[in-house]
Write a protein that binds this ligand. Sequence first.
Ligand code: DGJ
Length: 712
Amino acid sequence: MIRFDENTKVFRIDTSKTTYVLGINENQQVQSLYWGARLADGDHFAAAKAMPGHSSFDLPVTTTPHEYVGWGGGLYVEPDLKITFPDGNRDLALKYVSHKINGDELDILMKDISLEVYVTLQYKADGETGIIRRSAEIENRTNEQFTIEQAFSATWNLPRGTDYRLRYLSGRWGAEWNVQQQPVQPGKTVLESRRGTTGHQNNPWFAIDREGSNDSEHGSVWFGALGWSGSWEITVEQDTLQQVRISGGPNSFDFGYRLQKGEHFQTPYFYGGYSSEGIGGASRLLHRFEIDSILPHAPHPALRPVLYNSWEATEFNVDEAGQMALAEKAASIGVERFVMDDGWFGQRKDDHAGLGDWYVNPQKFPHGLKPLIDKVHSLGMDFGLWVEPEMVNPDSDLYRKHLDWVLNFSGRPRTEARNQLVLNLARPDVREYVFNVLDKLLNENDIAFLKWDYNRNWSEPGWPAVAPEDEKKVYVDFIRNYYSILAELREKHPKIEIESCSGGGGRVDLGVLRLTDEVWTSDNTDAFDRLLIQNGFTYAYTPGVMMAWVTDSPTWVNHRTLSLEYRFLSSMQGSLGIGANLNKWTPEDFDTAKKMVAQYKGIRETVQRGSLYRLITPENNSEQSVTESVSRDGHQAVVFAFLHSSTELYPFPRLYLRGLDAKAVYRIDAMDSRLAPDTPAEASGAYWMEHGVDVELRGDFQAAAFTLERKN
Ligand code: DGJ
């Protein structure tokens, strides 16, 4: 519920468990007043009052916690908006003009003190999770053009405090989703991508809690995530008065967007939330929000089918007979979707050629894709296909014909990565080409799923075809076209499902998740490494979109040998896929796989839609990793436990479950035989949570899983 007090000029946004308050201060600035746990309806807020400055060096404009502030008038903290006007003026002072409340949405209109520059701050509150979606719309009502040099979506201000701790996600190819922690100290921390895409290195997500008073399930956590798949930036800043503010949006580095008279610029969404149940509660709120409000078909996105992907088995050596043989084997263990990966098109023998030429390779598939697709269907599976539509190999017909279609600066080198260049999707002709290629593929073939890959980041991000003053629009227009292709494809082909992949988890954010059904978590498919990778992933994103394949052992990653059971249990914590070379499997492997795929189908809804509790995280070189998922209806819980290596005869730690109904009775069922022999067959939720469960894991790389089914 959103309320406005005419007397105090205070807005109050209440959701079931949170309250967010802002007001118009005496300078007509929009000022943050409170963000945290739900307050009583009668709690009263006095009118906002700008902070006093701090000496002659920090003026009130810098010390006041603004909801959204233009760069001007002696502002030294991070601005949300910076504009250069044609006359050289770069001063911008935004003041409140009016507002509109419409259900759970609030729009606040602001305007510069003299120029006809209008900014609408947009808020949308989700009543259940308390997550607020914010963005800003910038409008040029002046008589001239101007250039936006920084256009953030929002600033979030935290309550006063000096004991804050920041969590964020870092990584690199093959090692995404590392959880980092550091105290918030005076100065600024910048999380960002300058790569043209979301990136593996940082992910646009943050969580801040209070060091000392918090643990994983208790205490206040403020968190946020940006919905933008281009270069992005989130700054976490503690100012001279020890106030903490988090700002974010498209990256301001090399940014420039010329806005003509009458034009608007809409920033991406920046989502923010609050949990009083520690970082675990914060993750669960985000998961719920993603499922209920972000994903395609939300609040009822389809459960992920068990898929088989041929990449690690065949790499580029795909052909009709080989894929059909794999499909038969995949079907025999209960796979529901067969996906052919890279190598099926153009003159693609390896990564040196073919990207851009999206015709079926006639040597590998002399009769087109139809025989393979028919075969896959006859085996009871649907068919998926790999594409990488934004890329081109210089060795391709497309590049030979359209040298000017790639990102480049005139007369400068074109840096290749994986022997490929990036098509400039901001160009209308490239956008049309890419859309038509995909549309034709889907029109001509019965394809249920596209794995949309993206295997390099940008270099030389020039767009010589437009006026030099507009070249930097590429940072925005590219991403808008990427989104619009996804949206248009989905509209024309409503049954299609899409995976966002970028050499693993390089393009995962709340922007792309609005248009794709799942994401590829990492190219690192070693089941032990995956425990850490998947653990980090779930801080920000639901296991329901986290693709996890069972691959060969020893792995190509590090030559580690792991049992097939261990590999399955690791992958079953997310959306299960098989990526192994089934031609090498023994009859026993097929039996094991068949059993475990069936088990997965019995717990999939709990894993993909339920509430996740990290009972033991694998962070900090922990010897153990344990997760528990509780189904949304509370009827099932599933626990996965992993041991790296036991030492000195210590038993595996007892597991104290969470999220059960203390009074209900649950029946325990071991998915293997690792439960301690004295474990009762049935007990109350209180027993499982307070007494706990012992699993017998000893040795190296051991794994166990069990379920609890509610009886009453
Ligand atoms: C990178 C992806 O992450 C892999 O799964 C695979 O699809 C390769 N690209 C294919 O080139």
